[in-house]
Design a protein around this ligand. Structure first.
Ligand SMILES: NC(=O)C1=CN([C@@H]2O[C@H](COP(=O)(O)OP(=O)(O)OC[C@H]3O[C@@H](n4cnc5c(N)ncnc54)[C@H](OP(=O)(O)O)[C@@H]3O)[C@@H](O)[C@H]2O)C=CC1
Ligand SMILES: O=C(CO)[C@H](O)[C@H](O)COP(=O)(O)O
Length: 505
């Protein structure tokens, strides 16, 4: 006998994302019961539902228990979707819901939650037969309304039960295939979304630096910079790249007084330092813990943190008296430099994905998640913030190789990818050279270049560092010429300078 079809959805948290998802579910024929600790959010959502003639199906609730009662039918399961801040909010929601939850109920947490919280909650609820699915949702509030990219992870049986609904509401690729797939057990769905946001941060800084070079370095007007980005978005390497497409819009947008909106946006990103969002910080923590050199992603995160404290930057600038101020870029041929900048953007975007996927592979191996990478790339191929048609098409076959599943080489060892990176390498190098001459701010572009160089070379300055480590710390080293050896303590020590009063150690 087939499972009874879920017809009602509980939505906890109806802010930017939750309100739009409520309308999305309602539009697809589900009855949606809302609960938010902020009354005004429920009112606003109901108002929007009314405007869309969906008021019958978007119903406000006064408590967690009322919500659960309204969702009850003769046939299980009940589905409750979360779209709330990370951490404590999720625990409070569960505390409120817990007395009303019964066997078979499914919580679908569509918030950006730390995967360890997800796994803790799964453990707590599992003995009671209650399922907790951690689901990444990407695409911002516009996609939450039109159909987001979704990455659910947790108990397979529970995910299979709700996949039919998710397939209805999720973004669709050009062939109409829903951008939602089962990611894996435990907290893998939320981990994957965290990583998506890490890649997103890297890409966002790369494009922000390119914008800075175009406008501050080459002196393009916002309209002209917008035109360049529109063209890039149609170019073979960067085709249909969401962050470039919206970057073009951002440059063109004017307010009612015909001023460019972007011209008065303060230059600081604050959600990492006020901790309203955690995914960037968590990605960096994971990269460090997993010894995975996600250089572009980490540099983007640190840069955002530095940007947030404008007061301090102002003080620092006063001390340096503007000595390091940005200067116009010196280039002979503007158009050909813009083309080099486009290729540099491509180079760095590719490396954001490489760093993210390599990190995920390490985590997947550690946790035994067995992530299906082609399926994951498909999830990100429409609706998501990091969607980028040409890059996804390039990565799909690379990520389909069996080595992605085993403890094999990293993605950088792939020939096809190497071809793409090597043909954009010189452009990137020239952009870095010119930008540095002009005191441009390019942490993501320069770190991408450095990451690529040190990841693909066999002779590194660590030769000297390892010698110094052995000099003062007796840390040992491997001998050159005898193969790479393993990533563990070498067998050789040289007595560079015996400690006081000793002739040997
Ligand atoms: N905005 C975006 O583009 C995206 C956001 N996300 C994630 O989705 C989640 C929601 O984001 P967003 O909609 O932007 O956030 P909002 O702050 O706009 O909405 C969250 C809502 O949840 C409410 N809330 C907090 N605690 C509880 C609780 N215990 N019970 C019921 N409601 C509660 C909040 O109320 P109050 O304001 O009073 O705290 C608020 O109204 C976050 O985890 C975010 O990281 C994911 C993808 C994209
Ligand atoms: O999850 C998101 C997009 O995918 C949200 O938009 C989130 O707010 C992005 O913020 P951050 O870059 O700080 O993680």
């Amino acid at each position: 006998m087939s499972e009874p079809r879920i017809q009602k959805v509980g939505m906890v948290g109806v802010g930017s994302m939750g309100s739009m998802m409520s309308l999305l579910f309602a539009e697809h024929g589900y009855q949606v019961f809302l609960f938010d600790i902020e009354q005004s959010q429920m009112e606003k959502t109901q108002k929007k539902a009314q405007d869309l003639n969906l008021q019958e199906d978007v119903i406000r609730q006064d408590s967690y228990s009322q919500l659960c009662k309204s969702l009850s039918t003769d046939s299980q399961p009940r589905l409750i979707v979360f779209s709330i801040p990370h951490g404590l909010a999720g625990d409070k929601c569960l505390q409120g819901l817990r007395p009303s939850l019964t066997t078979g109920d499914i919580i679908l947490d569509c918030s950006n939650e730390h995967y360890k919280n997800t796994e803790r909650r799964q453990e707590e609820l599992r003995p009671h037969g209650i399922f907790y699915v951690g689901c990444g949702v990407s695409g911002g509030y516009q996609s939450a309304r039109a159909g987001p990219s979704m990455s659910p992870g947790g108990d397979r049986e529970a995910v299979e039960r709700i996949l039919p609904i998710l397939r209805i509401v999720a973004a669709k690729d050009d062939g109409g295939k829903p951008c939602v797939n089962y990611i894996g057990p435990g907290g893998s769905g939320h981990f994957v979304k965290m990583l998506h946001n890490g890649i997103e941060q890297g890409m966002m800084l790369v494009i922000a630096e390119a914008w800075y070079i175009l406008t501050r370095g080459l002196g393009l007007s916002y309209n002209e910079a917008g035109q360049v980005l529109y063209q890039w978005n149609e170019s073979p390497e960067l085709s249909k790249c969401f962050l470039i497409a919206i970057g073009a819009d951002v440059n063109q947008e004017k307010d009612e007084k015909a001023n460019h909106v972007v011209s008065y946006v303060q230059d600081k990103v604050v959600q990492d330092v006020d901790e309203s969002e955690g995914t960037g910080t968590w990605t960096c923590e994971e990269a460090v813990r997993l010894h995975s050199p996600a250089a572009t992603i980490i540099s983007a995160h640190l840069f955002r943190c530095a940007s947030a404290d404008l007061t301090q930057r102002m003080k620092n600038e006063k001390v340096s008296k503007g000595t390091y101020a940005t200067k116009p870029l010196q280039v002979n041929d503007k158009d050909s430099f813009i083309e080099q900048l486009r290729m540099a953007t491509y180079f760095c975007f590719l490396l954001c994905f490489v760093q993210g996927l390599n990190l995920l592979r390490r985590k997947s191996q550690q946790k035994g998640w067995e992530i299906n990478y082609p399926d994951l790339l498909h999830v990100w191929s429409a609706g998501s913030i990091i969607r980028a048609d040409a890059i996804m098409s390039l990565l799909q076959p690379i990520c389909s190789q069996p080595r992605m599943k085993s403890d094999g080489d990293d993605i950088l060892a792939d020939q096809t990818l190497e071809k793409e990176l090597s043909r954009s390498f010189d452009s990137t190098k020239n952009v870095v050279l010119k930008a540095i001459e002009a005191n441009m701010i390019i942490p993501a572009i320069s770190q991408s270049l450095e990451y690529f160089k040190y990841s693909t070379r066999t002779e590194l300055p660590t030769q000297f560092m390892e010698a110094e480590l052995d000099y003062f710390g007796h840390h040992n080293f491997d001998i050159r010429g005898y193969g790479p050896g393993e990533a563990k303590k070498g067998s050789h020590h040289h007595e560079w300078k015996p400690a006081k009063g000793t002739s040997d150690k």
